[in-house]
Write a protein that binds this ligand. Structure first.
Ligand SMILES: Cc1cc2nc3c(=O)[nH]c(=O)nc-3n(C[C@H](O)[C@H](O)[C@H](O)COP(=O)(O)OP(=O)(O)OC[C@H]3O[C@@H](n4cnc5c(N)ncnc54)[C@H](O)[C@@H]3O)c2cc1C
Length: 319
């Protein structure tokens, strides 16, 4: 099998440490790690992998992942190179293109509309799958259609309305083995000076308020959807409730975790960030097991003391 994959791929490695491919810098080896140059080669590689009855997953920027210490018993695939084509206000972009690169390239072509992704690491494919975003806006705002490979390796196109986009969710989370190849995004000609200023402002805010530069997988938990019932539960606690929670219909998970006094809580080398309580950071050499223990502790305390069941935003691989 390896020989066949080597003919089709740019890179094939066995037992590749995934901590080298995740922003958390955590994770044991992938049985096989591949870098593939184009969709046609991807399909051929997948035929080989499927014939060997092996698990597989596509890796984007590795910025949303907690990979187990045992690693991933299958093939981890990265698609390279990445292309982007602009046609008036529409952009066709390959899934492996970085979000940061996409923002810069489209601004250079006088297109605006991606300000909400400023500072979000990773690739377009990963962002579509997790409907990533900030300030209440996410990829569903700009995605027009997506080309993907289904389980039978057919190339299909799906339109925005059929993508089941909700908060940090898309149909690709319901079908973990569908692989996003490219997407068409709808942007708009606009005032790029204001757009660049807003992006700079937001990145500065993120650097000031988040553990910038510390290995992490971003926010650990999804924010909590505001309901009157949850608001009543919170009123029983002696915590200062911002009117913004009701306005934006979200209660920040960070606010709950911080109020429980869990900032700085450390297990092994995994720590609840002192700067932003919804981030778990790797102090250096953290194990996935330590992250899992910290996640469990937070969930249990939030459940017991606040009556809310937190849901992870991070994604687990190899557990
Ligand atoms: C410091 C930091 C800040 C962050 N801030 C934010 C934020 O503000 N908002 C936010 O929403 N997120 C944030 N994140 C989380 C993360 O950046 C996003 O979830 C991002 O969209 C993940 O993209 P990725 O390419 O890194 O995906 P990965 O982490 O590589 O993968 C995530 C999932 O997507 C799958 N995947 C990747 N590419 C494809 C593809 N082409 N087809 C099918 N499946 C695919 C993977 O298999 C995996 O299941 C942050 C992360 C960090 C480290």
């Amino acid at each position: 099998m390896l020989e066949e994959l080597k003919k089709l791929s740019l890179v094939v490695r066995e037992n590749e440490p995934l901590k080298n491919h995740t922003t958390f810098q955590i994770g044991g080896p992938a049985k096989i790690y591949l870098e593939v140059s184009e969709p046609a080669k991807l399909v051929e590689c997948l035929k080989v992998i499927k014939a060997a009855d092996m698990n597989y997953m596509l890796l984007g920027g590795g910025s949303n992942l907690v990979v187990s210490d045992a690693g991933f018993n299958g093939a981890v695939i990265k698609i390279k190179p990445r292309e982007l084509k602009i046609n008036d206000e529409q952009v066709k972009v390959d899934s492996g293109y970085s979000l940061a690169g996409l923002i810069m390239k489209t601004l250079d072509s006088s297109l605006t509309g991606l300000e909400f992704e400023a500072g979000v690491p990773g690739t377009v494919g990963g962002a579509i799958k997790g409907n990533a975003g900030t300030y209440g806006e996410a990829m569903d705002k700009i995605v027009k259609s997506i080309e993907y490979l289904d389980d039978d390796l057919n190339i299909k196109t799906i339109e925005n309305n059929d993508c089941h986009f909700t908060y940090r969710h898309s149909i690709f989370k319901e079908h973990d083995t569908w692989l996003i190849l490219s997407s068409i995004l709808q942007l708009a000609k606009g005032d790029t000076k204001s757009s660049r200023d807003l992006i700079d402002q937001r990145i500065k805010y993120r650097m000031d308020s988040q553990p910038y530069g510390c290995p992490s997988a971003g926010c650990t938990f999804k924010n909590i959807i505001y309901t009157d019932e949850i608001a009543q539960q919170l009123k029983k606690l002696d915590w200062e409730i911002s009117p913004k929670f009701k306005e934006y219909k979200k209660i920040p998970a960070a606010w709950v975790i911080e109020n429980l006094g869990l900032k700085g809580k450390t297990i092994g080398k995994a720590q609840v960030s002192e700067k932003h309580a919804n981030y778990i950071i790797n102090l250096g050499g953290a194990k996935a097991d330590e992250v899992i223990q910290l996640v469990s502790l937070i969930k249990q305390q939030v459940r017991d003391k606040v009556g809310i069941q937190l849901e992870e935003e991070i994604r687990y691989v190899g557990f």
